[in-house]
Design a protein around this ligand. Structure first.
Ligand code: ADP
Length: 298
């Protein structure tokens, strides 16, 4: 198969061997690139099962002092098991790289969907947000904060099921009431309490879900400006506009999540009681055509 120019990387072999589990994977097509990782479709040569192989260069990890972050990502992600979380299958390493074997999300993420579709229907938004809430509820019940919920980390499998991925900024709340003071890395939908260095906890994920929901319904993020400085200033003032066409149940839910005081935001379980998720039955299925056009039912 012809490879894209960004795929040229001599450090990544075509056959990946996990000596612990004695499994060999064939590296197939290039899927995407993040801050430190490259992702390929990989196939177990014995079973023909396909996975996403997230490959992180050790050189890059050391250069950017990401050793602890990568270790934390693996430690947190490896034990998770939920239909709305990217399944972590295994990981192994060689001299050059760390290889993380993940559930393959062939339909990419809500970011590509958003780029293609712009705003989506309430019907679709209800479908996606419900699954995001289920996945995040599982995390919060396990005392884990994701801290970087954004369209690009909400992956989609073949059935358009949402799979939350990328635990690079995730953290564990060790005791009740703990407030995290620091974070190495900058979340996309950053909450005001992080910018104000007040200490933060689970509520930052609720803020991010608010930003995700707004972006899906309106077609652009709530605090976006041309410069990061202005965006941060708007976040601190909680300055955003709910368009008049947004219907009340959706607007109520977004506004509840996008509150400056974290203690006023609903906890993850409470989101399930909002009218937006109750007015009509949450769809359990969306046709694949929704990647390119609105469903007719909506
Ligand atoms: P980083 O931690 O460096 O930000 P990501 O986890 O965002 O890396 O992954 C980088 C890219 O790899 C993503 O943008 C996406 O294109 C792709 N990717 C990551 N995980 C999967 C997956 N499970 N299935 C399909 N593609 C994936």
């Amino acid at each position: 198969m012809a490879e894209k120019p960004e795929d040229i990387n001599t450090d990544i072999p075509y056959c990946l061997y996990d000596s612990n589990l004695r499994r060999t994977y064939k590296r197939l097509r290039f899927f995407g690139k993040g801050g430190f990782a490259k992702c390929y479709e990989i196939m177990d040569v014995e079973t023909d099962d396909v996975f996403a192989g997230k490959i992180v260069s050790k050189k890059l990890i050391i250069k950017h002092q990401q050793k602890e972050k990568t270790a934390q990502e693996i430690t947190i992600h490896r034990d998770l098991d939920h239909p709305n979380i990217v399944k972590f299958h295994s990981y192994f390493e060689d001299v050059q790289n760390i290889y993380i074997v993940l559930e393959l999300c062939k339909k990419r993420s809500l970011m590509e969907l958003h780029k293609r579709r712009g705003c989506i229907t309430e019907y679709e938004c209800r479908y996606y947000i419900y699954q995001i809430v289920q996945g995040v509820k599982y995390l919060h019940d396990k005392h884990i904060i994701h801290r970087d919920l954004k369209l690009g980390n909400l992956f989609l499998d073949d059935m358009l099921h949402v799979k939350i991925g990328d635990f690079g900024l995730a953290t564990l709340i060790a005791y009740e009431g703990e407030r995290k003071k620091t974070m190495c890395g900058t979340p996309n939908y950053i909450a005001p309490e992080i910018l104000n260095k007040q200490g933060h906890s689970f509520e930052v994920d609720i803020w991010s879900i608010g930003c995700v929901m707004y972006t899906l319904l309106v077609g652009q993020p709530p605090f976006e400006t041309k410069s990061l400085r202005n965006t941060y200033s708007r976040i601190k003032k909680c300055e955003y506009r709910v368009p008049s066409y947004m219907r009340k149940p959706a607007a109520d839910m977004v506004m509840a999540m996008l509150q400056p005081d974290p203690s006023c935001r609903p906890a993850i379980g409470q989101l399930l009681n909002y009218e937006f998720l109750k007015v009509s039955r949450v769809p359990t299925f969306l046709p694949i055509s929704c990647l390119t056009m609105a469903p007719r039912i909506a």
